[in-house]
Write a protein that binds this ligand. Structure first.
Ligand SMILES: NC(=O)c1ccc[n+]([C@@H]2O[C@H](COP(=O)([O-])OP(=O)(O)OC[C@H]3O[C@@H](n4cnc5c(N)ncnc54)[C@H](OP(=O)(O)O)[C@@H]3O)[C@@H](O)[C@H]2O)c1
Length: 436
């Protein structure tokens, strides 16, 4: 057995506690499988008094995270603070000190990952982040190792469990958006401030990381076209169901043409025959398409202390193996700093679902159709109903299913419809993704 791999944990919150608990509960299994035993030497957190689901030797604890990342007696830093600062500075310091880092921090990676990976390579250490995307789903290692021989063409996924839970409750329990959000908060799936989940920020961080790895471009969070789920109504789901669709929070990244990447997070109208339609509750699901593999579908728990701890421990075990011989080999996939693709919100889809509310009387539908026709957007079907919840009985909902169309033309339609006085706010455009 080699020398212990001495671990310093910064951030003893939900995931940090999950990691400490799993290190303890799987101690024998880990000892048998790791060439260098994993030894937790120090833990830093701002608040050391808070009750946690695990007890640790108080001698391990400190409030000074910087002293942990600079400690010469620590080999590997586990960063579970979250957020961009001070996490980024602490990770940078650890890498500069020649320590490998394991992190679950998608926000930091989606904004500063390429520079941090470059620093790790320069220092001959590793920055591993399986836990940053998909919780317990081994998607990062699948892309970086098992699928590294592939030309990846497209990634589509449900990458945020909270949004998926809210939409699933709206579909299957007939809840309103507000009721489903309140339930998610009661169950601890959603934060008191749910913005990062319901406005697609969390999923945008994750798809930026996956797209960078899969396509070998420097793609950041700010590149992702993003629409949240908070404007969807119960009636949207009912209409979708009658047409054999479900509405899912979908993250997509694809090569649209050589050197161009379409990347977005938005609610999408998914055919019930798609594998992603079966991903309910708080689960995550990811479809990866590439050559020569074809289509791979990964599904599993996308968050929670235990699934996330599984991913963190997997990275620590990989380090135990890699660092049994300190020469860190070059990873198969890298994210080159500054190698930028042309970024677009466009994706290769089967069409669009445009939902508007109007008070325009009997001619409104004809006017909507006229705008679509003038903007060269082919129409597959129009559905018009009374708007649910409108006590005046005047307001109507129109859903137009289109065939494939240029994203620019769809934007023109939305802009022109927005000029109509009889149209109410909250027009939604959902993509209808293509599944091969
Ligand atoms: N929760 C999940 O299911 C999940 C899943 C996948 C990935 N992740 C990622 O995992 C990371 C941790 O998430 P979490 O849910 O465990 O968050 P959390 O419960 O808020 O834990 C973060 C901990 O770090 C502490 N902290 C903040 N700033 C610090 C500093 N400067 N020095 C030392 N400690 C500091 C916090 O203390 P205070 O609370 O006192 O500020 C808190 O105890 C995030 O990057 C998150 O995106 C989480």
């Amino acid at each position: 057995m080699g020398d212990p791999l001495r671990l310093g944990l910064i951030g003893f919150g939900n995931v940090g506690s999950g990691v400490v608990k799993a290190l303890e509960e799987n101690r024998e299994l880990l000892a048998a499988r790791c060439p260098r035993p994993l030894e937790l030497r120090r833990i830093a957190d701002i608040d050391l008094e808070r009750r946690r689901p695990v007890t640790v030797d108080p001698k391990l604890l400190t409030t000074d995270a910087e002293s942990v990342v600079r400690d010469p007696e620590i080999d590997v830093i586990i960063e579970l603070i979250g957020g961009i600062e001070p996490a980024r500075t602490l990770v940078e310091t650890a890498l500069a000190e020649g320590k490998s880092v394991v992190t679950a921090n998608k926000a930091m990676l989606a904004s500063h990952g390429p520079e941090l990976l470059a620093l790790a390579a320069e220092k001959g250490v590793r920055l591993l982040f399986e836990a940053a995307v998909g919780g317990g789903i081994p998607v990062v290692r699948a892309l970086c190792e098992s699928l590294a021989a592939n030309k990846i063409e497209r990634i589509q996924g449900i990458l945020n469990g909270t949004s998926n839970y809210i939409l699933s409750q709206m579909i299957y329990e007939e809840m309103s958006y507000e009721e489903a959000l309140a339930e998610a908060q009661t169950l601890g799936y959603a934060e008191p401030d749910p913005t990062a989940d319901v406005e697609g920020i969390d999923a945008a961080n994750k798809i930026a990381i996956l797209a960078s790895l899969a396509f070998g471009f420097d793609i950041r969070y700010s590149d992702v076209y993003r629409v949240g789920i908070s404007k969807l109504t119960r009636q949207d789901h009912k209409i979708a169901a009658t047409e054999q669709y479900v509405i899912k929070p979908l993250a997509t990244a694809e090569i649209t043409e050589p050197g161009a990447v379409g990347i977005s997070v938005q609610p999408a109208v998914v055919s019930i025959s798609s594998p992603l339609a079966t991903v309910g509750d708080v689960m995550n699901g990811i479809i990866i398409e590439g050559f020569p593999v074809g289509v791979v579908f990964l599904v599993g728990p996308g968050a929670g202390p235990e699934p996330t701890a599984s991913a963190v421990l997997g990275d620590l075990m990989a380090l135990s193996l890699l660092e049994s011989d300190r020469a860190a080999p070059r990873p198969f996939l890298e994210i080159p700093v500054g190698k930028r693709p042309r970024i677009t919100a466009e994706c290769d889809c089967d069409g669009y679902w445009i939902r508007v509310f109007h008070r325009g009387g009997p001619d409104a539908l004809a006017e909507i159709v006229c705008v679509l026709t003038e903007e060269h957007v082919p129409i597959l079907k129009c559905i018009e109903e009374e708007r649910e919840g409108d006590e005046s009985g005047v307001s109507r909902v129109v859903v137009v299913l289109t065939d494939t169309a240029l994203w620019e033309d769809i934007r023109c339609v939305v802009r022109r419809l927005g000029e109509a006085e009889w149209l109410e706010p909250d027009t939604s455009v959902l993509v209808m993704p293509r599944f091969d």
